[in-house]
Design a protein around this ligand. Structure first.
Ligand code: SF4
Ligand code: SF4
Length: 251
């Protein structure tokens, strides 16, 4: 049975990665899920690598890093793409008799707290062994840095989870904190279980975006802390990199 499940998962992963998803990872989330999702304790994380050209433009468009129209459009297109992929994945899992719920790529839900979605993608991605949470409060992939968008599917299908964790790679860097025009990033290291507010003031971030970038994407994007991170600035060729347990990578 497990072998059949693994084969089916491999087929699903192949389709996702053929579509452009860079990495797929599996996690067991029972300890961190809100009670309403207790029946869906497994997580499938999808990592989409953002365009290097689009993100680099944030660094070069003006004298100081600034969001661009291209980045806003890319951000929306990638979120829509990821929502399509998780919709498809849920349909495939349900056809197989499992329950599956797509966590929207980008959505704030008031009753989950300010500036929060129904479940944090980065929690699932970290537990899947795909990266760490940086001083910017962004998910950071060792290969792609924070230049990614994430999506998550919650399911009751037992998954071959990763038990490896990627160690925090921020060390003495504070490029994101120094570059943030809102002063919203404290520069503290992420500590498991600590609230997001120890790293980031999301209200200061949001208010700055609405005020300073109203004419670019109606103040909904910035991207400076993502673009300045040293991780992901290079775009190495990662074709055919070996696949780790519970983690699939095709780029
Ligand atoms: S998105 Fe912009 S304003 Fe918000 S924390 Fe990052 S750099 Fe600061
Ligand atoms: S810019 Fe530096 S401190 Fe910020 S997330 Fe990246 S590595 Fe960590």
């Amino acid at each position: 049975m497990q072998q059949t499940t693994d084969l089916y998962l491999r087929r699903l992963c192949r389709s996702l990665t053929a579509n452009g998803v860079a990495q797929v990872g599996y996690s067991h989330l029972a300890a961190v899920l809100p009670p309403r999702y207790a029946g869906l304790p497994w997580g499938i994380s999808l990592v989409f690598r953002l365009s290097t050209a689009v993100v680099d433009e944030i660094l070069t468009v003006k004298d100081t890093p600034s969001p661009t129209f291209s980045y806003f459009q890319h951000y929306r297109a990638v979120n829509a793409f990821l929502d399509q992929q998780t919709l498809w994945l849920c349909t495939m899992l349900e056809r197989r008799g499992y329950r599956a719920l797509p966590v929207p790529a980008s959505q704030s839900v008031k009753d989950m707290g300010p500036y929060s979605g129904i479940f944090p993608h980065k929690t699932a991605a970290v537990l899947a062994g795909l990266g760490w949470i940086g001083k910017s409060a962004l998910f950071v992939s060792p290969e792609f840095g924070p230049r990614v968008r994430l999506a998550t599917v919650l399911t009751d299908m037992p998954l071959p989870v990763a038990h490896n964790r990627v160690p925090n790679g921020c060390h003495g860097c504070r490029a994101c904190a120094d570059a943030c025009p809102a002063g919203a990033i404290s520069g503290q290291d992420y500590q498991p279980g600590a609230p997001r507010s120890t790293l980031l003031d999301p209200q200061a971030c949001s208010e700055h975006m609405k005020r300073a970038y109203r004419d670019i994407g109606r103040g909904a994007v910035c991207g400076i802390c993502m673009a300045v991170c040293p991780y992901g600035k290079q775009r190495p060729a990662l074709q055919d990199k070996p696949v780790a347990t519970g983690r699939t990578q095709t780029e």
